[in-house]
Design a protein around this ligand. Structure first.
Ligand SMILES: *Cc1c(COP(=O)(O)O)cnc(C)c1O
Length: 428
């Protein structure tokens, strides 16, 4: 066992002022029990807590840190940027540089707007889709997470899944009624919903690779099917690439699968560890955004110079050739070895992987949607998680989250992690 004296003390202090002692629910470890370590520093693949414990980090801030913690180029640029001021509330050239970089990677985003979180990006894209189509309903997928705005906090997977809530109190039933929910990977269900609500559905919003019910890949033809259904019914297709953007490929899932959505939402990696989101897409749609058009959306810190700087440096690093091949090779081999460890242990578990995202589901059945993900043994997962934590491996503290590999994870790191994983599986 690790010494967690200082983390325990801080958690009790934090609980006085912050609900659950945290500012985002999954950090409280409610799904797995025990005390969350309080962190003080990150470097490369490693996190360090207030008791001096060191961890190999597979959370990577839930996705943004594809370069690992404190990448030197990003840090150096940030230190310079700070000296010019932290926020102007006025236009800067940094926003153009960043927009060009995003547009080069995501040509479908002909115009875009920067915001400060993924939640803001999806919420704004939904408002825009409703305005553009003059329709109110949204179709999302069971277990798909698109941030916590009211229309989208319906059967939303991830942190919500962890607590077993179908949605949240405080979301008006009248809002939730405008959101219809289909099982992921189920085209017939989507078709049926369009038939049942003719001319009423403004958009389908989808994680092109689901990563908030644990990792679930789209079945062959699923995304193409969504593209066809939306096109033939006058609805928009919104890809929520907040996790998958710059993660699965430089151009995200849309480049990988060759599907062009009408609107795309980004976040996480494009902020390089600072708070950023973006939404964008077809020019004719984006021209409806204020001040060009009537759809209102604004932000005091949108396009913040520090956030733009971190994003620019991160995307520049990722644009070097061979980066995604390197990440894929590393992740592929890690996935293979994970499967070997599972086999050796005799535990009922299986690995779902999409590039550098992966989930070990504690079930012997294939996981293709949220219902099959929910069949996982969460008690076994909690034991596995605690085994890893005590061995210095910081794994996502929920069965329904993705683990993240970064470019900073070395072969040696992964060998250490695999040994700990083998030992943790053995005690289940
Ligand atoms: C994390 C996430 C969001 C929300 O982003 P925040 O920055 O946490 O608001 C939206 N969609 C997906 C797919 C995400 O993974």
């Amino acid at each position: 066992m690790k010494d967690m004296t200082n983390s325990r003390r801080l958690l009790i202090e934090a609980q006085q002022f912050l609900p659950g002692g945290v500012d985002s629910p999954v950090r409280a470890f409610k799904a797995v029990g025990g005390f969350p370590p309080f962190m003080v520093r990150g470097k490369g693949s490693r996190l360090f807590d207030v008791d001096g414990n060191e961890y190999i980090d597979f959370v990577c801030s839930w996705g943004p840190l594809i370069l690992g913690h404190s990448p030197p180029t990003v840090n150096a640029a940030l230190k310079k940027a700070v000296d010019n001021g932290t926020s102007f509330g006025a236009a800067t050239e940094l926003e153009i540089i960043m927009a060009r970089l995003v547009n080069r990677a995501f040509p479908s985003m002909e115009m875009l707007r920067f915001v400060s979180s993924g939640t803001e990006a999806t919420m704004s894209a939904i408002r825009l889709a409703r305005a553009f189509t003059n329709r109110d309903m949204i179709l999302k997928f069971d277990g798909g997470y698109h941030g916590h705005s009211d229309s989208l906090l319906v059967k939303a997977g991830s942190g919500v899944a962890t607590f077993g809530l179908p949605d949240s109190p405080g979301v008006p039933a009248s809002f939730a009624r405008e959101t219809v929910v289909a099982p992921y990977n189920n085209l017939p269900a989507v078709t049926a919903m369009f038939k049942a609500n003719p001319g009423r559905i403004a958009a389908i919003i989808v994680e092109p690779v689901a990563a908030n019910m644990g990792v679930v890949n789209p079945a062959p033809g699923f995304l193409k099917g969504l593209r066809d259904i939306t096109e033939s019914s006058g609805a928009l297709l919104i890809f929520d690439e907040v996790i998958s953007g710059f993660r699965l490929d430089f151009g995200g899932a849309q480049a990988l699968f060759g599907i062009k959505p009408d609107l795309t939402c980004l976040g996480k990696i494009i902020g390089g560890g600072l708070p950023v989101g973006a939404y964008g897409g077809r020019r004719d749609i984006m021209q409806m955004i204020s001040p060009l058009g009537p759809v209102y959306q604004a932000g005091t810190l949108s396009g913040n110079p520090l956030a733009m700087t971190a994003g620019i440096e991160t995307i520049k690093e990722l644009s070097q050739s061979g980066i995604y091949e390197e990440l894929e090779t590393k992740s592929y081999e890690f996935g293979l070895k994970l499967n070997e460890e599972i086999k050796k242990s005799g535990v009922k578990a299986r690995v779902n992987r999409a590039g550098s995202l992966l989930t070990i589901f504690f079930t012997d059945q294939p996981v293709t949607d949220y219902a099959s993900a929910r069949k996982s043994d969460t008690v076994a997962f909690a034991k596995f998680f605690q085994g890893l934590l005590s061995r210095g491996i910081y794994w996502p503290p929920s069965q329904f989250e993705a683990a993240f590999l970064s470019l900073a994870h070395t072969d040696a790191d992964l060998e250490i992690a695999l040994k700990a994983i083998g030992e943790s599986l053995a005690v289940i």
